[in-house]
Ligand binder design. Structure first.
Ligand code: ADP
Ligand code: DP6
Ligand code: CO
Length: 354
């Protein structure tokens, strides 16, 4: 096959924001987590990656471009994803010899994030989910979201959860080869369609400590980490699944904020300490508390990933008070912006189908 023909496929993948956080690996090579985690996948109309994968005899090496910048594709984790996908395609080609031999061709991957990269808004999650699915589409793989989540996990742990919409768990698993460390649907988006989120960008800068480096340092030095992984998170996973199934927002909110705080406490307990939240982040915490106190009930829940940016979950009926309050604050230019520097009310209606 030396015809120069270009085969191409594209996909969108939304970010997911964990409400029970993944932080810590038990196997760095396979990206296997110490604890299970649970997240909400945002709508792909909001924060998302768009990736196009193509292959052709006219390409001479594998390449990856992110927002116009060439990226290093030789990293072991990206290579693991490519190797697994090529293997599955090779298997198809060996069963049906009439198929074009795409697995042996160089890949050109072009990706675009419509939100800040490496700033604690889950770019690695949307990024690797889109990378894996675009190549799976290109190769016409009959792979389920579960199988793709197993592959995407090797690119970035949180990416496995972006292969599903709605409320998504990631089982830590126990198999040494990671075969059972995959994402699963807790509930589809339609189960609780009133859920909303606003994303507040305190800083769009690349973080100082990547998630990968940060969690390794925590595993190596934090005394709090052990209790979190062994006791706190397993209990919260059960409670969170119940809260979601029962559409109990108060319970969902309490678990979400407490787990965010617990994760950032283990970061502070790391030696040397890691500070992902900043003064602007802490101000968002206080605004959430004030909104809840004024309402006399739990109206909103904040969570912070490995970065200073806040995600605030609330229900549609409380749109005016939550989005309205934060929109007002944004107008005052206190250091917050919408996720794409614009209208906060559009930033993060969740969840919808992907
Ligand atoms: P974040 O909090 O944004 O997930 P991480 O430190 O976990 O930050 O990961 C950021 C890294 O993820 C980037 O430096 C890049 O290597 C990778 N990444 C982000 N977006 C993409 C993408 N669209 N395609 C491939 N890799 C991506
Ligand atoms: C705080 O999935 O980005 O967002 O597996 O090393 O790529 P790697 O880490 P990553 O870590 C995400 C950490 C988190 C919590 C979460 O998403 O569960
Ligand atoms: Co990440």
């Amino acid at each position: 096959m030396a015809d120069g023909k270009v085969y191409r496929a594209s996909t969108f993948a939304p970010v997911n924001i964990a409400v029970i956080k993944y932080w810590g690996k038990r196997d760095t090579k396979l990206n296997l987590p110490t604890n299970s985690s649970l997240s909400v996948t945002l709508s792909q109309d909001d924060l998302r990656t768009h990736t196009t994968a193509s292959c052709s005899t006219s390409f001479t090496s594998d390449t990856l471009t992110l927002n116009g910048q060439p990226q290093d594709i030789s990293t072991p984790r990206t290579q693991a994803c490519l190797r697994e996908l090529r293997q599955l395609r090779k298997h198809l080609e060996s069963k049906d010899t009439s198929l074009p031999q795409l697995a042996s061709l160089s890949l050109k991957i072009v990706s675009e994030n419509n939100f800040p990269t490496a700033a604690g808004l889950a770019s690695s999650a949307a990024g690797f989910a889109a990378l894996v699915r675009s190549i799976a589409n290109l190769y016409a793989l009959p792979a389920s979201p579960t199988e793709l989540s197993r592959i995407a996990r090797q690119g970035s742990g949180s990416a496995c959860r972006s292969l599903f919409g709605g409320y998504v768990g990631w089982n830590h698993g126990s198999a040494a080869d990671g075969s059972d460390s995959v994402a699963y649907e807790v509930a589809p988006a339609e189960h609780w369609p009133e859920m909303r989120a606003v994303i507040l960008v305190a800083s769009a800068e690349k973080k100082d400590v990547s998630s990968t480096a940060g969690m390794q340092a925590t595993v190596g030095t934090s005394a709090l980490f052990k209790a979190r992984a062994e006791t706190i998170v397993p209990q919260r996973m059960k409670e969170m699944e119940d809260a979601i199934r029962g559409k109990d927002f108060e319970k969902f909110a309490s678990l979400t904020t407490r787990d965010s705080n617990s994760f950032h406490a283990t970061c502070l307990d790391t030696d040397p300490p890691i500070f992902y939240m900043n003064d602007t982040s802490r101000a968002a915490v206080r605004v959430c508390q004030a909104i809840n106190e004024t309402a006399g009930r739990t109206v909103c829940a904040y969570t912070f990933d490995a970065g200073p940016n806040a995600v605030v979950y609330y229900l549609a009926a409380d749109e005016a008070v939550v989005a309205g309050t934060f929109r007002g604050i944004l107008g005052e230019k206190t250091g917050w912006e919408g996720s794409r520097g614009e209208k906060v009310e559009k930033a993060g209606q969740v969840p919808e189908n992907i």
